[in-house]
Design a protein around this ligand. Structure first.
Ligand code: ADP
Length: 650
C-alpha cells in the first residue's frame, strides 16, 4: 500500500492514463490520414489533387455565399426607397450578382466533386486490386495460403474490396470530401473571428471538433476490434449462404432435407455477428459523446445569447447577425456524423489488410528462399542425370508433427516411379515440395546436383507437369483446358490435338458442337458438360501438352482416385506405356494398380520404408506385399491384378 504522501501520484494516475490514451488515439488518427494520403498519391495523384482543390473551393464558396447573402440583406435594407439608379441599389445588384455567382459555383462544383469522387474511388481500388492480385499470383508457394492469420487479412481485404462503400478508394474519396468540410468550417470560424470577439468562433469550432474527435476515435476503435472478428463470423455465414444458394451442394441439401437446418444455422451465425457488433459499439461509444456534446451545447447557447443581446442593443448590424448565425451553424457542423467518416475508417481497414497480407507474404517468401538463392537465370531443361530427396523433413505451418521425416529418395531419371502408401502417408506433400509449393523444413532436394532451393521457382516449374487429384476443371474451351499445360507460349493447335490424341480424348472433343473450341461447361453457349472420366483425360492431355512444351517430369498425383480400381489400373498402365523414356511419377494409395512402374516406393508416415520393382517387393514380403495381396484379393477380377505373384498382365 502506498503511503499518504503518495496520494497525488495515485490520484493523478487515471489522468495520466487518459492523457496517454488520448495521445495514442490522436497519433492513430494522424497516421491513418497520412496512410490514405500516401495511397492517393501512389495510385491516383492527379485526380486526387483536382478533387482536393474542388472540395476546398466548394468549402470556400459556401462561406463566400454566407458573406455575400448577408451583405445583400444589409444592402437591401439600406436601399429601400432610394430608387433603381441610386448607389445603394447598385450595391444591392453587386451583392446579388456575387451571391448568385457563389451559388452557381457551388451548384457546378457539386456534380464535379461527385464525378471526381467516383473516378478516384475506381482508380485507387483498381490499383489496390491489381496489387492484391499480383501479390497472390506471384507468391511462389502455398504456405501463405495455409496460414490462418494471412488468410484472415486476405478475407478482410476481399470483403472490403467487394463492398462498395468500404473500399480503400472510397476511403480516399471520403478523406477529400472531409477536407472540404473541414475547410468550410475553418473558413466559417475565421469569418466569426472577424465579425465577433474571437472567443465565439474559436469555442464553436472547438466544440464541433471535440464531438468529431469522439466519434472518429470510437469508429477507429470499433474497426480495429471488429475487422478480424467480423471476418471470422462473416466467413462462416458466407459459407452457409453459398452452400444454400450454390449448385454443388444442391443435390445433397434436397435429398437430406437440409434446407431448414442450413437456414437456421445461417440465421444463428448472422445474429451472433450482429449482437457482437452491437455490444462492442455500446462498449466503445457508450458515454463518449456526452462531455463534448454538453460543451458544444453550452458554448452554442452562450454564443447565441450573446449575439442576440448584441443585436437587440444595436451593437451588431442585421447583415452581421445573419452572417454570424449561418457561420456559427457551419462552424459547429464539423461535429456532424458524415458517411465519409465511416467510409474512411472501413476503407482504411481494407487497405491495411491488403498491406498486411503483402507484408506477410513477402516475409515468408524471403525466409523460404533464404541466402541460398542464386541470381535469376535461365535454366537448361532438368533433370538430365539425377533427382534426389536427401534427408528431407517437412512440417506444415502451424502443424505439430513432421509430415515428411528424414525422407531419402532417388527418382530415376527417364524412367517411371510409383509412390504408394496409405492415405496421409505424405505422398502429395512430397509432390508439393518437388514443385516448390512448399520448402523443406530440413534437408534438401537436389536436381542434377543443384539444390532446388537455389533455383527460381517459376523457372524450375517449367520442368514439371503435374495433375493433382483435385486438378482444375476450367470452364473454358477444351483447347484452352489443354493449352494451360504451357500457358506462357502461344496456343499450338497441332500440339493440342496430339496431346488429346495420346490422352484418348481427341475423338470425343472433335465431336463436340464447336470441336476443340467448345466450352466445357453447359453454363456457356454451345457449352457441354463432360463426365468425370473424360475430364481426367482432358487433364492428362494438359500434362502431355506440358511435356511437349519441354517439361521433363510428369507427375500423376492420384487423379484416378475416383475411378474404380480396374479403370485406375488400366489408365495407369496406359500412362506408363505412353510415357516411356520420360521421368514420370505416379502416386496412388492403391498398391495393386502400379505394377508396371520401373520402380515402386512405399511411403509410410513420411518415410520411404521399401523400394524396388513389383516383383522384388512382392518377394521381400514387406508392407507392399501385404497390402498388394489384400487389395488384389478384394479385386481379384481386376485385369492384370491377380493374386499370383507374377505381376504379369493377363
Ligand atoms: P497423402 O498424399 O499420402 O494422402 P498428404 O501428403 O496429403 O498425404 O498428407 C500427409 C499429412 O499431412 C496428413 O496427415 C495431412 O493431414 C497433413 N496435411 C496435408 N496438407 C496439410 C496442410 N495444408 N496443412 C496441415 N497439414 C496437412
Amino acid at each position: 500500500m502506498g503511503s499518504f504522501a503518495d496520494w497525488p501520484v495515485v490520484a493523478l494516475r487515471p489522468v495520466s492514463r487518459r492523457l496517454r490514451r488520448s495521445f495514442l488515439d490522436s497519433k492513430e488518427q494522424l497516421v491513418m490520414r497520412v496512410e490514405l494520403v500516401h495511397l492517393a498519391w501512389r495510385t491516383a495523384r492527379l485526380t486526387a489533387t483536382i478533387s482536393l482543390l474542388a472540395n476546398l473551393a466548394s468549402g470556400a464558396l459556401l462561406v463566400a455565399f454566407i458573406v455575400s447573402s448577408g451583405k445583400l440583406l444589409g444592402d437591401i435594407s439600406g436601399a429601400v426607397g432610394t430608387g433603381w439608379d441610386s448607389g445603394p441599389a447598385r450595391a444591392v445588384a453587386m451583392s446579388l450578382i456575387a451571391t448568385g455567382l457563389c451559388f452557381l459555383g457551388m451548384q457546378t462544383l457539386n456534380p464535379v466533386k461527385t464525378g471526381l469522387g467516383v473516378l478516384l474511388t475506381r482508380q485507387v481500388d483498381g490499383a489496390v486490386r491489381d496489387r492484391l492480385a499480383a501479390t497472390s499470383v506471384n507468391a511462389s508457394g502455398l504456405a501463405p495460403f495455409e496460414n490462418q492469420d494471412l488468410l484472415k487479412h486476405l478475407s478482410v481485404a476481399k470483403e472490403g474490396l467487394e463492398e462498395g462503400s468500404r473500399t480503400p478508394g472510397s476511403a480516399v474519396a471520403g478523406l477529400l470530401t472531409l477536407s472540404g468540410l473541414y475547410a468550410q468550417s475553418f473558413f466559417a470560424a475565421a469569418l466569426l473571428v472577424v465579425l465577433l470577439p474571437p472567443l465565439v468562433g474559436l469555442s464553436l469550432l472547438g466544440g464541433g471538433l471535440a464531438i468529431r474527435r469522439s466519434h472518429r476515435i470510437g469508429l477507429a476503435r470499433e474497426s480495429n476490434i471488429n475487422a478480424l472478428k467480423r471476418a471470422h463470423l462473416g466467413k462462416e455465414a458466407g459459407y452457409y449462404r453459398e452452400l444454400g444458394l450454390g449448385l454443388p451442394a444442391s443435390k445433397e441439401i434436397r435429398v437430406f432435407g437440409l434446407e431448414r437446418w442450413l437456414g437456421g444455422r445461417f440465421r444463428d451465425v448472422s445474429v451472433r455477428a450482429l449482437e457482437t457488433t452491437v455490444e462492442e459499439r455500446r462498449a466503445i461509444h457508450g458515454n463518449r459523446f456526452i462531455p463534448p456534446v454538453l460543451v458544444a451545447v453550452v458554448v452554442s447557447a452562450l454564443s447565441l445569447f450573446w449575439i442576440g443581446r448584441q443585436a437587440v442593443s444595436g451593437e451588431i448590424s442585421i447583415e452581421h447577425l445573419v452572417m454570424a448565425l449561418q457561420a456559427g451553424y457551419v462552424t459547429l457542423s464539423i461535429g456532424n456524423y458524415f458517411v465519409e467518416d465511416w467510409e474512411t475508417q472501413w476503407g482504411l481497414v481494407a487497405h491495411r489488410a491488403v498491406e498486411s497480407f503483402r507484408a506477410g507474404l513477402d516475409g515468408r517468401d524471403e525466409a523460404a528462399v533464404s541466402a541460398r538463392r542464386r541470381a535469376d537465370r535461365r535454366l537448361p531443361p532438368m533433370p538430365r542425370e539425377s533427382l534426389r530427396f536427401q534427408d528431407v523433413s517437412f512440417r506444415y505451418t502451424g502443424g505439430r508433427d513432421l509430415v515428411l521425416n528424414n525422407l531419402n529418395l532417388d527418382v530415376p531419371v527417364g524412367r517411371s516411379l510409383a509412390i504408394v502408401g496409405l492415405n496421409g502417408a505424405g505422398k502429395t506433400t512430397l509432390v508439393k515440395l518437388l514443385t516448390r509449393l512448399h520448402e523443406p523444413t530440413a534437408g534438401a532436394i537436389f536436381v542434377d546436383g543443384v539444390d532446388l532451393l537455389t533455383l527460381e521457382p517459376s523457372h524450375w516449374r517449367r520442368n514439371v507437369a503435374v495433375i493433382f487429384q483435385d486438378y482444375v476443371r476450367y470452364q473454358m474451351s477444351a483447347a484452352e483446358n489443354i493449352a494451360f499445360g504451357d500457358a506462357a507460349a502461344a496456343e499450338n493447335r497441332a500440339a493440342i490435338r496430339h496431346a488429346a490424341e495420346r490422352a484418348g480424348i481427341l475423338e470425343l472433343l472433335d465431336g463436340l458442337p464447336r470441336g476443340l473450341d467448345t466450352p466445357l461447361s453447359s453454363a456457356y453457349r454451345d457449352g457441354v458438360d463432360i463426365s468425370g472420366g473424360q475430364w481426367q483425360r482432358v487433364a492428362l492431355a494438359r500434362a502431355f501438352y506440358a511435356v511437349d512444351a519441354g517439361a521433363k517430369i510428369l507427375i500423376l498425383d492420384e487423379p484416378t482416385a475416383s475411378l474404380d480400381i480396374r479403370s485406375e489400373a488400366a489408365l495407369l498402365d496406359h500412362f506408363i506405356d505412353l510415357t516411356k523414356g520420360l521421368t514420370t511419377i505416379v502416386i496412388s494409395h492403391r498398391f495393386a494398380t502400379v505394377r508396371k512402374a520401373d520402380r515402386i516406393v512405399t511411403v509410410e508416415a513420411g518415410t520411404v520404408i521399401e523400394q524396388g520393382t513389383h516383383e522384388s517387393l512382392l518377394a521381400a514380403g514387406g508392407q507392399y506385399q501385404k497390402l498388394f495381396e489384400l487389395q488384389a484379393e478384394r479385386f481379384a477380377s481386376v485385369p492384370g491384378v491377380d493374386r499370383r505373384r507374377s505381376g504379369e498382365a493377363e
